[in-house]
Design a protein around this ligand. Structure first.
Ligand SMILES: [Zn+2]
Length: 175
């Protein structure tokens, strides 16, 4: 995807996200309401109170093909367990009580927040195109942190960790 293409689809993409979040606003609950015991060891109180999740049968995916981004059709069709848009993530019903999955999506909430929507989407799309879903840089960051959480050997400040990794990614992209 060229920068011109990105600029052309970005407003449509954001409009779709706004519509999708509005449509589910009544079903969105703060993560803190789940009462998970380990998440507060890794995330600040403010994040857990402001980030929200919505339980769904099927997670909503943006109409990428319709927007002309046919290279992302496999991603669009993938039946994922969860997906994050801004400060809200959607979780498939059967997995809504898995603390580890919430951990992963909260890393994406932090990425959205620190990068801002435009940079998040451009980095995510570029990573998806170059490396595929699992090896795209923002997913690697989320999966690596999730693996540490699953091992449970060390407790760390996830927001601090993600901020550091994003800063390093930035300096690599500039260098
Ligand atoms: Zn992810």
């Amino acid at each position: 995807m060229t920068p011109q293409q990105f600029r052309a689809v970005y407003p449509h993409f954001m409009a779709w996200i706004t519509r999708t979040l509005d449509a589910h606003a009544r079903d969105a609950q703060p993560v803190a309401s789940k009462g998970f015991l380990r998440l507060p060891l890794y995330f600040g109180r403010e994040l857990l109170a402001s980030a929200k999740f919505v339980v769904v049968e099927r997670v909503p995916m943006p109409p990428l093909t319709e927007l002309g981004l046919t290279e992302f059709s496999a991603f669009e069709r993938a039946d994922n367990d969860a997906v994050t848009y801004l400060d809200t993530y959607f979780v498939r019903r059967g997995r809504a009580s898995e603390e580890q999955l919430h951990f992963h999506e909260l890393v994406h909430v932090i990425q959205w927040r620190l990068l801002g929507p435009e940079r998040f989407l451009s980095i995510y799309a570029a990573g998806l195109e170059a490396f595929g879903y699992r090896n795209s840089p923002l997913e690697v960051m989320a999966y690596d942190a999730e693996a540490l959480f699953a091992q449970g050997r060390e407790v760390f400040d996830a927001e601090h960790r993600v901020a550091g990794l994003l800063a390093r990614m930035d300096s690599r992209m500039e260098g």
